[in-house]
Design a protein. Sequence first.
Length: 298
Amino acid sequence: MVGKNLVDSILERYDIPAWVKPYVYDYIKKNPAAAIRYATSFIEVKRKKGEVTGSYVKLPNGVEFDKESVVHILSLFYYGEGRAAHIYNKWAREPVPDKKEYQEFYAEMAGTAERHARAIKNLIEGIGHKPDAPSEEAVAVFDQLESIEDWKERMISTNIIIRYSYGVVFGVAFYKAFYFVMPEYMRTFGKAFQGTTEIAQHGENATREILRNGYSGDDAIRLFEGLMEPIIRSVIAEVHIAKKAKIEREIELLCSISIAYPLTVFKEEGLDIDVKGEVAKMGKLFRERKNEKHRDRR
């Protein structure tokens, strides 16, 4: 077993939160030394640049994705940003008694999402493709989001649940992994996201205040589970890409972290939540849905 001190030092080196440790330990159980080297190879690229050809993209650590898979992943991000922009514009036009700042916030978020969508489309076209149609599972996530009518729940859903289960975990991982393969594209891509942090932080701060001011743990869990099930289904729908690239276990690790992240934020703001129990519950759901998907593919 890889020593805990080694794992702790790696987590500190890459500024990974301490609460992630249990998920990393679970990940490295089967093949400790190889697993920890492989996981850190996604971050520690040094001077390796990777490779882009007409048929595949190779990451600096040697992992290969066929070009169609990369386009498909980018297309999912493109759909997500475009659909989010549509939802935010819709919410920005709705009157909010005594809470005009919600309208202003979502108007600003809509403009940000539109800019992100254009950047992603340009990246897809830059590598010689057009965006794919979204999966049914991805559409279902945003259908669920759009159905939310309560303004507090909209804030919690967008600024905590969606942000930390989707954007911060999978979006950032994709950007960091592919930056050294396609720097000429990813630099332009990154510029479109500049300034986003300030807007997102404003939304998160306002949402944390909502959580602190008497929002119940039961209501938070109900909202979380309502969004997390379609999110889990959307991740499972793309597991075949991870299998082909032989990184299924790494995607499962990211999925565990994406489940735990919003719950950890809730806990930080004093909500009475059993993070470990809820992660186990959602993890079981992930395994069940993955098995269902595997049977359907036979």
